[in-house]
Design a protein around this ligand. Sequence first.
Ligand code: GLC
Ligand code: CA
Length: 566
Amino acid sequence: MDVVKTRWYKDTFVYQIYPRSFYDSNGDGMGDIKGIIQKLDYLKELGIGAVWLSPCYKSPNADNGYDISDYRDIMDEFGTLEDWKEMVDGMHKRGIKLIMDLVVNHTSDEHEWFIKSRSSVDNPYRDYYIWRKGKGKGGKRPPNNWTSRFGGSAWEYDEATGEWYLHLFNKKQPDLNWDNPKVRKEVVDIVKYWLDLGCDGFRCDVINYIGKADGLPNGLHLPAMRGDEHFTCHEKMHGYLHQLNKDAFSKYDIMTVGEGPGVNIKEGLLMTAEDREELDTVFHFEHVESDMILRLIPKKRMNLPKLKKIFTRWQDAMRGKSWNSLYYENHDQFRSLGRFTGDYGQLRTEAAKMLAISIYFQQGTPYVYQGQEIGMTNYPFKDWEDFDDVLAKTVYGIVEKLPKVIQNYALKVMIKRARDHARTPMQWSSDTNAGFTKGATPWLSINPNYKQINVEQAMQDKDSIWHFYKKLIAYRKGNEIIKQGTYLESYPKHKDLYCYERGYNGEVLVVVCNFKNKEVDFTLPSHISFYTNKLIFHNYNYDRANLESMRLRPYEAMVFHLNAKD
Ligand code: GLC
Ligand code: CA
């Protein structure tokens, strides 16, 4: 019997577009919707089945669109609602679905609700946000000790009414008060508005932060994440999501994926188990925090056994109950090359293909972030002024007043993990500005390696990462072993190798990945026996050695298809 219910997103490869950096159609240096329209054939050729589009709504761009000032209209820089409609039509004509970004933990402080809310304590919109009196004499200290995820206090004092409002992100991103039924109704209406216009689902931004503990008690954690335990997956959130599902999501054939920083398996299952009717899937952060100290500071080296353990735990836990999301990259993460591979030297192509094999044969919906399909890499940032991101700027604002050693340390951390690494413009060709814009100045610097790493080159070279992705995406389509098969990991403690099998109806896929830039010996796990075996994916161009026992080259990765003996 099939272990999973049939839903379209279980057969769909999702491509994430960060619109600012995708393709600029009018030469102003910023990507836009018309730019996306011009690249729809590109997406179709790659073979993806859905696009997750980072926010394109009206926004003053304190956090590049994750601060929305009008939920029902398009950001001027990106185009118009008419352009958006043309884009969706173009996608649908090509068999591509559209997942919009739903940012409703907070709005922009320039949203009309907030403008009204801050105008007086008895304005009908006051209670749309989280206002409190301050502590101490004259209320001049914040209401509690929570910190913003970007750094500093999570509270901002507002002169007009002498009260403080909560912002878990930038002060231009005030948190909505989900305890207020009017707010919840607004969200239902926004969701229906876009679904009625033809979008096919939502990626729900920091959705596990929407429920805040009554009384907003002080947090215990270190300053960087203080308050977490009072708003990460609070039980109220489950109620709110269930209601949103009943009132809106469930009325359409869509997919939802919740962004869930701090979500563990237990919470992940509560948020997504089919019978709970909240969300379809979740992005947990465990693997992209497996190489971080305190979820913030990148370690020198990533620890493969730890990474594998996380993959395996989620594969096992979600089986038959829910559905995983498979990703290494997005607009908040630095690039996976280097990060999960260590220094790859001349082996960028092999390393990138290995990473693809390591994750995309797991069960779940796969995501590829723009540029990942050509192996784009981190940017050589050098100094604070190189960053655009509000996170980097906030951190700078804090450390600027501190001793030089701390400043230098913070800069070192930021150079490694800045979100801007993922946001440099897409490298389309070796032309000026990587073919991203015809204008003089892209909004963020283009990676100087664009002459070697670009789409045009990748599409011409049949051995490129791009062609490998295309083949993998095509292979995965409708593949029942990957969709339904069992998952079994071998050698979990091995420091260099990741090896797992997927099995379904007597067919087995054996996945073998060498994560290191060195040779590693591999022996086929003794429990595997087979009648026939065929190498179906390989990141090196040579006839393979014997499957039972081989010496893998640096980053060598293979997938075998076996007809198994029981
Ligand atoms: C999510 C987004 C990130 C944004 C934050 C606040 O984590 O992915 O880009 O800064 O939410 O909206
Ligand atoms: Ca533009």
